[in-house]
Design a protein around this ligand. Structure first.
Ligand code: C2O
Ligand code: CU
Length: 487
C-alpha cells in the first residue's frame, strides 16, 4: 500500500527521490512528483522553496560560520590520549533568539572536534546523561568490535562506556555518531554527531593547508518550525533547512590563499550536489583519506555519511570578492575574501598511492530495498535481526560484494556503508566508478536499479560488525545487516 508519509520523506526531506522517470507511475499518483537529478536530489524541494520559509526568517549570509571546537585531552599518559565527553541535552538556536533543545556530545551541537594522530591511541569515555539510550560509532574507523558501537552495545541513561581507538590507520576525516539500535536516526538528527580527524606524519609532510586553514564543514538538513524548534518525525517531510556547521547559509571570511575544507554530510537522508561559484574545487581526499592525486571538480555530490576533502585556492581573488558554495537546493555557504595572508602550503601532484587491491576469493550479493508496505527496510530481503549473522567472513579475506538497489516498488535511493574496512568501488553498473566513488570509501550512493561492486579486505579484528544503508531513517527501520568476522 502506498505510504504517503514515506513517499514525501524521500521526495523532499532527503531530496532523494529516484526521479519522476524512475518512479513507477502508480506511486507518483500519490505524491507530487518532484524534479530530481541523478544525484538523488529533489531539485524542486529546496530550489522552489521560498527563501524565507527555507531559512525560517534567517537572512542568508548574515551569520559567521562557526567551526567545531577542538577538544583537549583530559590526560596524556602511556602514549594514549584520553577524553571524556558527556552525551547531554543542550539548547541551540537554529533561529537567532529561539533556542531549542538538542542532543549533543559535550553540549555542542556540532560536537567537539577530536584531533587524533595515527599511531597514538585515543580513549574516550562517553557518559550518557540523556533519558534515552545511546552509543557511539566512529564512522570510518578500523576498531576492535567492543569499541565499534555495535547497535546493541548501548549506553543506558546514567551509564558510561569507554571506547578505545588504536588509530592504526592513515590520516582521514572520520566522524562519530550515535548508533543505538532503532534510535540512531532520531539521535543523530537531534545532534549526536561530531568530527574525528586523524592526522598522520606522511600527510603532514605534504604541506597541505593546515591549522586555521584546515576547516571542517558539516552539512545536514533539518526541519525547523516557526518557534525555532527542531522537528523530529522519522521521514520528516519538510527538512528543507540546510545547516552549514549548524547555521543557515552563513558566511566565512577567508584570506586570499589556499584552504583545506573537510566536507561531511551528517544529514539523515540527504544528498548534496555542490558547486562553488565558478571556482575550482580540488579534491584531495574522500572517506578513507587522501586520493592518489588531486582531482579538479566543478561539482561534487555526496550523501549521508560521506566525506570529501577539498582544497580551494583564493590566492588570485581580490579582497572583497565573494564565492557561494551552493547545493542544488540553494546556497549553503559564502566565502568572503577579506584579507591577504602568506601561504607556504601546496597541493603536490601526487598525494598517496592507493593500496594494492589484492585478489578476491569470495563474492557476495547484497540487495537493498523497502518492503511493500514501505515501513520496513530490507537487506537481502530481510530486516535487521541482531540474532542472525548474515555473512560469515574469514579474517584476512579479500571479498567482492555486488550491492544492488532493488527498490523498484518505491524507487528510493539507498546508500551502502560498511563498518571496519574501507572499500574500493570497482565499478558502477558495469562502468568505471564516478569521481564521487574515488579513493578509499566506506559509504556510497546507490540509485534505484543501480549496482556497484566493491572490494574490501577484512583485517585484524573479529566479531560482529554491521553494514547498512546510511540513510539513518532507513537503517532504523531495518535496512541493516551484520557480518561476523571469524579467525
Ligand atoms: Cu555512520 Cu553504521 O554508521
Ligand atoms: Cu536506504
Amino acid at each position: 500500500m502506498l505510504n504517503r508519509r514515506k513517499m514525501l520523506g524521500w521526495m523532499t526531506a532527503g531530496g532523494v527521490a529516484g526521479g519522476a522517470a524512475l518512479l513507477p507511475s502508480a506511486l507518483t499518483a500519490g505524491a507530487a512528483p518532484a524534479e530530481v537529478d541523478h544525484t538523488g536530489h529533489t531539485a524542486a524541494a529546496g530550489a522552489a522553496e521560498p527563501a524565507a520559509r527555507r531559512s525560517f526568517g534567517v537572512t542568508q549570509f548574515t551569520q559567521v560560520m562557526p567551526v567545531p571546537q577542538t577538544l583537549t585531552p583530559v590526560k596524556r599518559a602511556d602514549g594514549t590520549e584520553t577524553y571524556r565527553i558527556p552525551i547531554q541535552t543542550a539548547n541551540f538556536a537554529f533561529t537567532p533568539g529561539k533556542p531549542t533543545p538538542v542532543r549533543t556530545f559535550g553540549g555542542q551541537f556540532l560536537g567537539p572536534l577530536i584531533r587524533a594522530k595515527t599511531g597514538t591511541p585515543v580513549e574516550i569515555t562517553f557518559c550518557n546523561q540523556l533519558t534515552a539510550a545511546s552509543n557511539v560509532h566512529l564512522h570510518g574507523g578500523h576498531n576492535p568490535q567492543v569499541s565499534d558501537g555495535y547497535p546493541m552495545d548501548l549506553i543506558q541513561p546514567g551509564q558510561s562506556r569507554t571506547y578505545r581507538y588504536p588509530n592504526q590507520q592513515q590520516g582521514a576525516t572520520l566522524w562519530y555518531h550515535d548508533h543505538s539500535h532503532g534510535t540512531e536516526a532520531e539521535n543523530v538528527y537531534k545532534g549526536l554527531h561530531g568530527f574525528y580527524i586523524l592526522d598522520d606524519d606522511a600527510e603532514k609532510g605534504l604541506n597541505l593547508p593546515s591549522g586555521q586553514y584546515d576547516v571542517p564543514i558539516m552539512l545536514r538538513d533539518a526541519q525547523i518550525d516557526a518557534d525555532g524548534a527542531l522537528v523530529w518525525p522519522n521521514f520528516a517531510p519538510d527538512r528543507t533547512t540546510v545547516l552549514t556547521n549548524g547555521v543557515v547559509a552563513p558566511y566565512f571570511p577567508v584570506a586570499a590563499r589556499k584552504y583545506r575544507f573537510r566536507l561531511l554530510n551528517t544529514g539523515n537522508e540527504r544528498g548534496f550536489r555542490l558547486t562553488l561559484g565558478g571556482l575550482a574545487m580540488t579534491q584531495i581526499g574522500s572517506d578513507g583519506g587522501l586520493l592518489p592525486a588531486p582531482v579538479t571538480r566543478s561539482d561534487i555530490t555526496f550523501t549521508s555519511g560521506e566525506r570529501v576533502d577539498i582544497v580551494v585556492d583564493f590566492s588570485n581573488q581580490p579582497i572583497g570578492s565573494k564565492f557561494v558554495l551552493s547545493d542544488v537546493s540553494g546556497p549553503v555557504l559564502r566565502f568572503d575574501v577579506t584579507r591577504t595572508a602568506s601561504d607556504t602550503s601546496r597541493v603536490p601532484a601526487t598525494l598517496r598511492p592507493l593500496p594494492a587491491l589484492g585478489t578476491a576469493t569470495v563474492q557476495r550479493q547484497v540487495t537493498m530495498k523497502f518492503d511493500d508496505s514501505g515501513n520496513v527496510g530490507l537487506v537481502n530481503d530481510q530486516a535487521f535481526d541482531v540474532n542472525r549473522v548474515d555473512f560469515q567472513v574469514k579474517r584476512g579475506a579479500t571479498e567482492i560484494w555486488t550491492v544492488t538497489n532493488t527498490d523498484t516498488v518505491w524507487g528510493a535511493p539507498h546508500t551502502f556503508h560498511l563498518h571496519l574496512e574501507q572499500f574500493r568501488v570497482l565499478d558502477r553498473n558495469g562502468a568505471p566508478p564516478t569521481p564521487d566513488d574515488a579513493g578509499r570509501k566506506d559509504t556510497v550512493l546507490i540509485m534505484p536499479g543501480e549496482s556497484i561492486r566493491v572490494q574490501a579486505t577484512f583485517t585484524e579484528y573479529t566479531g560482529k560488525y554491521v553494514y547498512h544503508c546510511h540513510f539513518l531513517d532507513h537503517s532504523a527501520i531495518g535496512m541493516m545487516a551484520q557480518m561476523e568476522i571469524v579467525p
